[in-house]
Design a protein around this ligand. Structure first.
Ligand code: SAM
Length: 233
């Protein structure tokens, strides 16, 4: 694991806009978040993946290397230019916070569905519902970003960029099966901070069980073989 600069010391005098500073830091990070690595085994081969606010594309690139087809979207795509010749990569330059929703009829993601949606260290609250809707049945949401409480330690501090308590849980409630969820101070990983992260799968409807409870999904895997539950009889 590479060493990354600490983000824990507040710098109130900085004149660099928050997002620019944070994104500059991200561009130096090429290793995928441990959360995304942990659940990559749940992204099926040849999956259609959306890496929203992709930055340098570290997560989409990771899934490309695992045979997924990846749509990268960001308002700045300079760091993704090398993917132009990659047949399984689609790079979309778009401001997803503009007047036209990316999911609307005129939007950049119109009529698109994905088997996996990945969002790391980015929040634009009005997109949350649409991100669940574009996940195909059986697909997966991997979302990790800063949450309330982070403002006491480090950037981002703007409440618009911080998830509310249990917000990711509320967003998927009744729509997806929660495989794993965490909210707290995370010292390890790419950029430390107070974060919320979720892994959820869209298989509530397809479970087929009488009580609507889907079969358990492995939340740990060696990442090379399909995960099989080992429950004691
Ligand atoms: C903190 S970086 C995270 C990058 C990447 N997800 C990662 O984890 O390495 C946030 C990204 O969001 C993108 N972004 C911010 N506002 C955006 C907008 N309105 N539309 C599209 N992308 C945006 C930035 O360009 C930047 O690449």
């Amino acid at each position: 694991m590479a060493n990354f600069p600490s983000d824990t010391s507040p710098n109130n005098n900085s004149i660099i806009p928050v997002s620019t500073e944070l994104c500059a830091k991200h561009m130096q990070i090429t290793i995928p978040s441990p959360w995304i690595q942990r659940f990559a085994h749940l992204v099926k081969r040849d999956a259609r993946v959306l890496d929203l606010a992709a930055g340098g594309g570290r997560h989409g690139r990771f899934l490309l290397s695992r045979s997924s087809h990846v749509t990268f979207i960001d308002k700045e795509v300079g760091a993704l230019e090398d993917l132009e010749k990659e047949p399984k990569a689609t790079v979309l330059r778009a401001d997803v916070e503009g007047k036209v929703s990316p999911f609307s009829d005129d939007g950049v993601l119109q009529n698109m569905q994905f088997d996996a949606v990945i969002v790391v260290n980015y929040l634009f609250r009005p997109l949350l519902n649409g991100l669940i809707e574009v996940i195909a049945p059986g697909g997966i949401l991997l979302y990790e970003t800063f949450a309330r409480g982070n403002e006491a330690f480090a950037r981002p501090r703007n409440p618009d960029h911080l998830l509310k308590n249990q917000e990711l849980l509320a967003t998927v409630a009744g729509r997806m099966q929660i495989v794993a969820y965490e909210h707290g101070v995370m010292q390890t990983g790419d950029i430390p901070g107070v974060k919320q992260r979720i892994c959820a799968t869209k298989d509530l409807v397809d479970s087929g069980s009488e009580n609507d409870i889907p079969p358990p999904i492995c939340s740990q895997s060696n990442n090379t073989e399909p995960c099989k539950p080992r429950l004691k009889a």
